[in-house]
Design a protein around this ligand. Structure first.
Ligand SMILES: *Cc1c(COP(=O)(O)O)cnc(C)c1O
Length: 395
């Protein structure tokens, strides 16, 4: 019998000599050239490049209007504002997300209500959302977790039945489709993040799409201090601050980068889909792994590839598997610590145990590296490391 190879954390040889990160941006020479051109232009802050980026983005996702802002978080704040969220209101969202999806309600003096997720996709469970609706509910913020669109038809129907706005946090799902229609053209308000780990980046940045011209106008006002006319469109000195807005503008320098990246979106998503398919095929042979469930009526954009461990088949918990994989130089991660578990939310009165599906998934999940520049050999290293580590800890 051949001895099992020792884990790197026990002094063995790691599967890879250098760490493979879980996500990484890609900036090419065309991107650099576009930014340099913007630097030589008359506008550094919000100007013609932002206009062009908005038009290009709207076209790419099939939306009538796109409004660029300074981050995905600003996009959520602005959409919640445009949806009329205010003090005394309730906003329903998922516990399995980045904190910003929930924080946008708090910024506006509203209360967050976390509804549990579906056990298969880990997206908001429409039945749990409907059960959480009260007379105070103003908005639902659904998150397309890992890049797979939420149950948008069901959620829109719930919204319509109760006169509640549906906001789609599509930070993970730029490039995804639902019933053959692109994310960005589905909900009344859709938000995107352009952070470097996301599908395309502007360094920091965000985008909002909508089919409603009044909402688009309100969003533009909000991103510019609540002032009703954009500086570069002003003909004289008059302007009015009609709302309490913020400086959430994107710069022309950033927009130039975004516009250049947008041209490659199709290729970037195609590569993510290939990587996900390669993982899913390979993991069919590993009984301790539950692979992500991909529903047939929607095509995911694969921002993340999240597996769940079948802990009953292992002698250790997720933490030990995580550490062993990091030891093998596989940059695994966990998305996400349930938002209501954070100490700030605890101080607001949230207690663990209220979202059994999300909380069980959290205890067992690992995000594996996935980004377009990964080679097939990188993917195979991850598979090899999973095989090595899970084989070591198998009961
Ligand atoms: C990244 C992300 C955000 C926030 O985006 P920023 O651009 O970092 O502000 C919000 N929601 C989700 C689900 C995200 O993944």
């Amino acid at each position: 019998m051949t001895a099992k190879p020792a884990l790197a954390i026990d002094g063995g040889r790691p599967v890879r000599p250098a760490m493979l990160p879980y996500g990484r941006h890609r900036v090419d020479q065309a991107d650099v050239d576009a930014v340099v051109t913007a630097l030589h232009s008359d506008w550094l802050t919000t100007g013609p490049a932002v206009d062009e980026f908005e038009v290009g983005f709207a076209k790419a996702v099939g939306a009538p209007y796109a409004v660029a802002v300074s981050s995905g978080t600003a996009a959520l704040h602005a959409t919640a504002f445009a949806a009329g969220v205010g003090p005394g209101d309730e906003v329903i969202t998922t516990p399995l997300t980045f904190a910003a999806s929930a924080n946008c309600a708090l910024y506006l003096g509203a209360t967050v209500v976390f509804a549990d997720v579906r056990p298969d996709t880990l997206n908001l469970d429409p039945a749990r959302v409907e059960a959480s609706i009260t007379t105070r509910t103003r908005a639902i913020v659904t998150v397309d977790y890992t890049g797979q669109p939420s149950d948008l038809d069901e959620l829109a129907a719930i919204g319509a039945r109760h006169s509640v706005s549906l906001i789609e946090d599509a930070s993970h799902s730029l490039g995804a489709t639902y019933h053959a229609r692109p994310v960005g053209s589905l909900a009344r308000l859709t938000t995107f993040s352009l952070h470097p780990v996301k599908h395309i980046t502007t360094g920091e940045g965000g985008m909002i799409t909508t089919d409603d011209p009044d909402l688009a106008a309100r969003l533009r006002t909000f991103r510019n201090h609540g002032i009703t006319r954009e500086h570069h469109r002003r003909e004289d000195w008059r302007y009015d601050m009609a709302e309490l807005g913020y400086n959430y503008r994107l710069s022309d320098i950033q927009a130039a980068l975004g516009l250049s990246q947008l041209e490659r979106l199709g290729d970037l998503i195609a590569r993510r889909r290939q990587i996900a398919a390669r993982y899913t095929r390979a993991f069919a042979a590993l009984p301790e792994i539950e692979v992500p469930v991909a529903l047939p009526d929607r095509e995911a954009a694969w921002h993340l590839y999240v597996v769940r461990l079948r802990l009953e088949g292992l002698r250790v918990g997720r933490t030990e598997v995580f550490r062993a994989l990091r030891g093998e130089n596989i940059g695994v991660n966990v998305h996400y610590i349930p938002v209501p578990w954070h100490s700030y939310y605890e101080r607001l009165g949230f207690r663990r145990g209220g979202w059994p599906v999300a909380e069980d998934a959290y205890e067992r999940m690992l995000s594996l590296p996935i980004f377009p520049a990964m080679t097939d050999a990188d993917v195979d290293d991850v598979v090899h490391a999973m095989d090595k580590v899970l084989g070591h800890y198998r009961r």
